[in-house]
Design a protein around this ligand. Sequence first.
Ligand code: HAM
Length: 418
Amino acid sequence: MPRTAPIKAVRGVRDILPEERALWRVAERAAARVAHRFGYREIQTPVIEHAELIERVGEDTDAVAKELYRFEDRGGRQLALRPEATAGVVRAYFEGGLNQGPQPARLYLIGPMFRYDRPQKGRYRQFFQFNVEAIGVGSPAVDVEVIELARTWLIEVGLDKLALELNTIGDDQCRPAYLELLRAYYRPLKDKLHPDCQRRLEVNPLRLLDCKVPQCQPFKSRAPKITDHLCEPCATAWAVVRKLLDAAGIDYHLNPYLVRGLDYYTRTVFEFYPAGASGQQDALASGGRYDGLAAAEGWPSTPGVGFAGGLDRVTELMASEGEEVVPEPAAEVIVLPDGDLVAEAAEIARVIRVVRSAAVDYEPRSLRAKMRAADKVYARWAVLFNADDAQRRVAQLRDMRTGEQSEVLWSALPELLA
Ligand code: HAM
């Protein structure tokens, strides 16, 4: 039969192999631990949503306009793979009645997101986020709570050289007038801007501020700043956020050009970078307040704030900083039958699994070869036996670290290994 070429993984997505998963688990466990420490409970939402849910809240954003995995299912529904979790978590908050419970609903979610972006290091088409949302309370104290949560998580996984970029982008009271000022400032410069920015000028002028293209840079410093044009409530909230960050001893850099890539933000926006880095694809965690999102989804107007940390980037940085993960054995005990003793080996493993993880080496090869393999998987003990031993229901229990070995009854194994 002719051999066909093996089918490889889809472009921009990747496998996370068991060796790497050990490091990922460190990051995920720290995320869950820190979230619980701050009083957040886990939620899972589907990776598919109605495309309209995603599109309604982010029409002008790249993640939605250009990068959405959008498809029609067999029933003719227009669906999307979620590009981010916030829209779905807000939907679940209302659909699941969490809006009727204590406020804010403090929720976290760890899971995959999908964006059809150009793949490169730190940017994937399927990537994983640690997502944190506090929904139902407008107090700027909660903005600072989620910033502190993000920071605590990053520090706990060993990434303590951090830069926090902070800004406010006002709300629907003050932002429209500010956007007009921004347009008025940029219109005479339109011909000097690159094509994307020329388009943004009318559609989403805030994005002019975080453009990274060199030809657009000279105009930024004289552009009007939103912080000079905040309405009273936004100005008060902005002052409280900074005061509380100061009180918490959290350093930040005020960045008037930080506007974020999704449309739904109001007031506080922030991004954590590794110290010394910048540029969109280096952000380790980012988020902000989204007081208009619930209403944009068609629910009663409800404030919310949150962030998402990128697990791909965080684990990559952990690895490059030399984060040591002790190799975990696939199984603590490996059962090595000498000869064709499948049922007996399975029985021994079954007895051991009451107290320890155990696996059987079923390969028809020499005991020596099996011992070498056991070493490679970091097994802590080996249980060796041959047909004679099986007759007497005994085995040799070997400590793989010390090399000590003794004959034991199968029935004694749980107690000896406990
Ligand atoms: P975002 O800035 O689009 O925000 O993504 C959050 C984080 O996800 C980024 O800082 C980055 O670490 C990671 N990330 C984003 N895109 C990719 C990618 N293609 N490959 C690898 N990592 C990526 C949000 O998603 C908002 N929902 C955050 C939020 C929650 N705001 C309020 N609540």
